[in-house]
Ligand binder design. Structure first.
Ligand SMILES: Cc1cc2nc3c(=O)[nH]c(=O)nc-3n(C[C@H](O)[C@H](O)[C@H](O)COP(=O)(O)OP(=O)(O)OC[C@H]3O[C@@H](n4cnc5c(N)ncnc54)[C@H](O)[C@@H]3O)c2cc1C
Length: 459
């Protein structure tokens, strides 16, 4: 089959070097097994994707679609004998239409490249995962990625009007629309958004754009008590304003960041809240309201930046959370999202779980959405600690569900969270998921074993 594929796709498209295959067999997630791939296939067009899937169906070979492999759930990891279908070379921005305010792009376009290209035309593509300088639009659509500005602008799926997908048998389907409205038929577009490569391969995406926003102004508040910071999030979000960013870092996060770079936080800092507003004319007023709420709830210090450059300094601590954790050892990043009213219960519960399992757990994230990224920090060379870290990781998802939330607000299920997905969905919804998978991929060749599992490994 590989010979047939190589002859149909031409030289350089089908690669079998074992070192290369190993490199391309994992994404950025930890604790996710990866199988041994048969080949890496680098495609340039929808026709080539269709060829790959037609042959894969004919020969019953599994196919794992891949963007930039920045995923945090093992979704792009190899399964034994698979073709790793890499879409990074399909990286053309096909249309930016300022009149209709849409862009049409191939899946391998990197998020930052699209954002820069539309900005040149006075337009804005809001979804901004922190991996935006490397992750692809195809990957963002397949995981329904979120980011810092979701609190105002929503997630990737809110900006997807239509997709072209290649189905398991190689047939090509277009869903959705280019128009601002359209309700014809089932909403198949959003069936593929977040489907993590298990229902079809996204080969083109039509995205909505909006006029460029103003450069945001920023404010930051420090608290000794994380519960008060969570209360400030709720009060501020209930006051009728809509910040373009509202992030929280708990005390342990600040300690990890301070060990990496001293930004002057007192050692007893219990929480830091950062808010931004890009509201034309009203940004300063909105951040003034944020400052008032924080002071009323006992903030130790509140700073409102006078200009966007000063704001960048305030947000530096948040940007350093990832690099600081990397320098501290390995971390397993959870992605639970709870109703905002339960934010304090989540942050306190996460700290309790850290104590119970004897591991450091920090908690930072998109507080305005209730979507936090508790990070379990551990030494991967210590087997006992690694096992406790994995248990703590699971306990945090259980906590998220118990608080009325979800196991994943933006990173997806992949391999990492399959067992907990079953707990979240319940039997009827799980059966509907399986029926949809069977209808679109009867031979189970598309990213098999991701999202759904046949094993019952319940939490
Ligand atoms: C430092 C860092 C920061 C991050 N920050 C965020 C964040 O703020 N918000 C967030 O949501 N995520 C974040 N992530 C996770 C990750 O970047 C996102 O999930 C991203 O959308 C993955 O894009 P990718 O191109 O790397 O896809 P991959 O990792 O290659 O693939 C992800 C999934 O999508 C499937 N897939 C990829 N392309 C296609 C396609 N064309 N058709 C069908 N299926 C496809 C794969 O099979 C896999 O299941 C972060 C990751 C890192 C490493």
């Amino acid at each position: 089959m590989l010979a047939q594929l190589a002859s149909e796709l031409g030289p350089g498209a089908v690669l079998t070097d074992p070192d290369l295959l190993r490199t391309f067999s994992t994404d950025a997630a930890r604790f996710c097994p990866a199988g041994t791939a048969a080949a890496l296939v680098r495609v340039r067009s929808t026709v080539e994707v269709s060829t790959v899937l037609r042959l894969a169906t004919q020969h019953r070979v599994p196919v794992v679609p891949q963007g930039a492999r920045t995923g945090l759930a093992g979704g792009a990891n190899a399964v034994d004998g698979c073709l790793l279908l890499n879409l990074e070379r399909m990286n053309q921005i096909l249309v930016i239409d300022p009149r209709e305010q849409i862009a049409v792009v191939q899946p391998g376009v990197v998020n930052a490249a699209l954002s820069a290209a539309v900005a040149e035309k006075g337009l804005f593509y809001p979804p901004d995962p922190a991996s935006w300088d490397s992750s692809t639009i195809g990957g963002n659509v397949a995981t329904n990625a979120g980011g810092l500005c979701c609190v105002k602008y929503g997630v990737t799926g809110d900006w997807v009007r239509g997709v072209e997908v290649v189905l398991a048998d190689g047939s090509v389907m277009r869903t959705g629309r280019v128009t601002a409205k359209g309700v014809a038929g089932y909403d198949l577009t959003h069936l593929f958004v977040g489907s993590e490569g298990t229902l079809g391969v996204v080969t083109e995406v039509t995205l909505a754009l909006r006029p460029k926003a103003d450069a945001p102004l920023t404010a930051a508040a420090t608290f000794t008590d994380v519960t008060a910071a969570c209360a400030a999030v709720n009060d501020y979000m209930s006051s009728g304003v809509r910040p373009s960013l509202l992030e929280l870092m708990d005390g342990p996060t600040i300690q990890v960041v301070s060990a990496y770079r001293d930004l002057g936080f007192p050692p007893d800092t219990g929480a830091v809240l950062i808010a931004q507003s890009d509201e034309e004319y009203r940004a300063a007023e909105d951040l003034g309201a944020f400052a008032d709420v924080c002071r009323r709830l006992g903030a130790r210090e509140v700073v409102v930046a006078d200009d966007p450059a000063e704001g960048e300094l305030l947000i530096e601590a948040r940007r350093l959370v990832g690099p600081a954790h990397e320098s501290f050892g390995a971390d397993l990043v959870d992605d639970v999202c709870v109703p905002r009213a339960r934010l304090a219960d989540l942050v306190r519960g996460v700290a309790r779980i850290g104590q119970e399992y004897g591991v450091l757990v920090t908690c930072a994230g998109h507080a305005g959405d209730g979507n936090m990224h508790p990070a379990v920090v551990f030494d991967p060379a210590d087997d006992d600690m690694s096992a406790r870290a994995e248990q703590a990781f699971g306990a945090i998802m259980r906590l998220g569900l118990d608080l009325g939330g979800t196991i994943t607000g933006e990173h997806g299920v992949g391999l990492l969270k399959r067992a907990w997905l079953e707990a979240e969905l319940g039997e009827v919804s799980l059966a509907a998921h399986r029926a949809i998978k069977r209808a679109l991929d009867p031979l189970n060749i598309l990213n098999p074993g991701k999202v759904l599992t046949h094993e019952r490994r319940g939490p």
